[in-house]
Design a protein around this ligand. Sequence first.
Ligand code: SAH
Length: 665
Amino acid sequence: MAGFDAARMRMVRSHLAGRGVSDARVLAAMAQVPRERFVDPGMEEFAYEDSPLPIGEGQTISQPYIVALMLEAAEISPNDRVLEVGTGSGYAAALMSRLARHVHTIERHASLADEARARFARLDYDNIDVHTADGTRGWPEGAPFDAILVAAGAPAPPQALREQLAIGGRLVIPVGDEGLVQELLKIRRTGEDTFEQESLGAVMFVPLVGEQGWAEDGRRAASRHVPAAARGDDAASLIAEHAIPLPDVDDDAFADAFERFAEARVVMLGECSHGTSEFYAARAAITRRLVERHGFTLVAVEADWPDASVINRHVRHLPRRPHGPVFTRFPAWMWRNREIAALAAWMRQYNEGRDYEAQVGFYGLDIYSLNASIEAVLEYLDRVDPEAAVVARERYGCLTPWQRSPEVYGRAALRAGHALCEEAVVRQCRELLEHRLGIVDGLSLDHLDAAQNARLVASAERYYRVMYYGGAESWNLRDEHMADTLDALLQAHGPRSRAVVWAHNSHIGDARHTDMGQSRGEHNIGQLVRQRHSGEVALVGFGTHAGTVAAAHDWGDEMEVMDVRPSRTGSIEHLCHGSGVPRFLLDLCEGHDDAMRRALSEPLLQRFIGVIYRPATELQSHYARASLARQYDGYVWFDETRAVDALEAPATDAGEVPETYPFGV
Ligand code: SAH
């Protein structure tokens, strides 16, 4: 159990105290109650994730931070009698039982109530009464209560709960007209008929279903009037008003709207899934425009350097180096698709007859090509400096035992107590970067290639080592490597060089304005490039409401074309869908449409589909909170999208077909 204890302490430190929860009794209770005993069997390893988790009956166990926030707001003292509405797993009630004298908790689903009761018995928590009932009526037999916590979103604070508060008592309850996003309210009863109310910010709960809550079908059950203009509608109409409609991606005019970003030195184009055709086609159209009219000569994408380097040589009409078919590593569809093959064909045509400096190049920014990069460095040195190749072989030999499964290297280094191969790979990298190894003219691209591969091996050595500790560090290292690689490219191509970057929204949307940065301590390439090249960067996110996507259910599984679930109520996607405009660009740059920027600066749910898509647990797996207007300078919307057109990997012995090189199909 030591693993859970450590994870729990980490949760208290970084997710709770780190975000400003300071009540010592609340933190002590959170450090004591074993959350792993309240999740469904099989979910224990996720118990200390910074998110809600599914329990039975389509309900969720709340995110630890939100529970702590509510407990702190409730100001529970050791002698208090408290009520919870929405027992769910029982986790919050268990915490309350450590803080108060007695807890009543009400759950409408008998099966959940029974399970919670059994959990309390197993843990010997004997000051909790669990009731199966409609909690919107409160529990008059136990009233008055010093504190009442409601763990489900209500259309308005139920009258019964206000009445059952003691004078001075606190009611903490999420309230909102939209189904999923609510405002967390703290209501204090200051007298017989007087209440004070304070807002604790936006939260997201399952609906409170009952007589004074919502009806089963989501409509308001309580009879009082609901104001028609919900906050969501206002934002959707602001979007409709300010959206710049886009023509079809195949239309030459598609890229016109993006001229506004052409002044930037780096334009970063995102995607909200790794398998959506429209995002590739749109990014290709924008890239072509920036290259043709605005002097952009670098295209750098979230792909492996050695594979991208094959494409780079191909589009520049340079002689081939030995290399198999490109982009065959999982997830192959991400770069091995018809959309990218078409872009490469266009680049090759564009470059024909142009000088090297005026040509457009294609590069990979990612960190996952340890083996291929080692081979590339050795192949290069064999050619230009066989003596240096001998030394490099010996240095890289340190990694040989782990080359096939580098994840294991982290564990070995941890056991050995030191970074086994760090010195060797760092020294190799430094040597390639510093000594130009007597390079003659014409080999500079070759040298850049080898130096980048050596940099990659050094980053990857660290990456696999820190990955073993988990947490934000390996993510950060990967994005730092991407930002450093981009800088190396900009530098190698001279002071006037300009780049288009393609990477997932999670990499390019400034992490300081998302859950990633705010609660997990993660940064990303979008943030780093904004900080390093202030005022010279345009970050453009992409989103969609529904359609199909190419993705896998699990790492290494077959690619499937899956249906994308329609966007969630309360999400940014839902607002964009509500605008009724099928394709558009939002200009989120400062000084432009300030009313809209303000509305879209509030943190809202945003959908992130990567290589993996799990529709069944979409909310937990794919939605996070982010402020759209702060994260991006522009946002591109395709209401309906379809899966990217993946190319089959060629049979291993297939002879190369010249026209389709380097994809080899
Ligand atoms: N506090 C819980 C979170 C539960 S989620 C935990 O720590 O795990 C909210 C719960 O409220 C769900 O289990 C849902 O079934 C329940 N619920 C919704 N409406 C209710 C009502 N009117 N009365 C009682 N429970 C309700």
